[in-house]
Design a protein around this ligand. Sequence first.
Ligand code: SF4
Ligand code: SF4
Length: 477
Amino acid sequence: MAPRPPPLQPNRDSVTTIAEDGSRNFLRPADVSGPFTFWRRVSALFLIAVYIALPWIPINGAPAVFLDVASRRFHFFGFTLATEDLWFLFFGLTGLGFLLFFVTAVFGRLWCGWACPQTIFLEHVFRRVERLFEGPAAQQKALDRQDWNAEKVLRRGGKHLVFVLIAAVIAHIFLSYFISVDALFAWLGEGPGAHPRAFVFMLVMTVILYFNFSWFREQLCLIICPYGRLQSALIDDDSIIIGYDENRGEPRGKASDPGAGDCVACNRCVEVCPTGIDIRQGLQMECIGCANCIDACDAIMKKLKREPGLIRYDSLQGLAGRKRRILRPRLFLYLFLMLLGAGAMAYSATKIQPVSMTLSRMTGAPFFVDEDTVRNQLQIRLINKRSEPIALDIRAHATEENGIPLETSGYDQTLLLEPLAETRRPFVVRIPREAYAGSFQLTVHAEADDGALDVVRTIDFLGPDPRLLREDWEARQ
Ligand code: SF4
Ligand code: SF4
């Protein structure tokens, strides 16, 4: 095996994961334990449980989260949206974006360290499996250097096999958000040939997940994710971050050295860092706020019978020994924008009706002129977004010229829509030739028979030039 260049020491001018010759320096962070690690694990297990459970929990006749792309219906905790209602999510996503800004301005990268799926699956699932097969970081590094033999094949091969299986499970759960758990199990029974598109989707996702969690890892946070780069714009000196208390730690030296600070230069904080940085060099874009270095350093301080918190959650002001401002203009701005998004979403939600109706023109000519009538052939699409059946009366009238006598066909009785059902029907509107004086707006109502609901849509009724129609009519008399 060709000798590899020595790994770079973390510094502020280079990325630790790239060696001097440009090759990848594959990180092997050491294991760590402590209160933050414990609570992060609890939070990760809870979030993984939520991810697995959401497609299983039925609310209002549909899974709690079900993005039914095939039927163009999207279920969120008992609330069903049709494709044309999705604009409403824009406000929700905007509000969530500003919530993330707000949380970052207050607590730094809390999301990355505690709730991001990349960190959760990498740190709490894949690295745990890796340690199970290859042992702690020192053993993993020894295995890297070791020539291939039966033991290395078994350890590495076993690990990658389990990685592929976990990636496939995550991909299948993800797929169930789009097709439902029942369909997932049914499709699994039918085999890949019965649903090739879903199979390819699942396969591609498994490969991407396996590649990401087995090799790409922290590169996703360092190279691809834009959030880390936004950090410098979102936080200020009063935001809570993970930092090193330089006043207390410097100058570094042996524990027995009376002139030295509290940092004994043991390098434990660097060894446990999943992005390979040295937090003692200050706040860096690569820090994902995982708190591993806090637990690692606190354990050293405990051994030395010194106060914990040499590395801790604090603001840059606090680490410099100054008072931290809690209320700052940017917090109010982010809070205001977040509430604006949430308020707009809540208001829009009240405007979303439980029945969705769309009117469109059927393919072919835009209008037809018969012996006695001008005719428009429309299609009406109705979706019942509720989990109860609904009976609808469909009627049409001319918005601008109420005197126009309309004759409609396609609906001769009350229409019963089953729960969450969709129907498309032809809707033909005729008016007598002599009544046609130019195009006009047609209003169609879908009214619940109990009067509790009235969905209204409009469409233009089209016809020929009325003068030509009149001349033709007169010629025939
Ligand atoms: S773990 Fe603590 S004592 Fe050890 S090098 Fe890091 S900051 Fe210094
Ligand atoms: S510096 Fe500390 S908090 Fe930041 S990524 Fe490294 S170990 Fe995690």
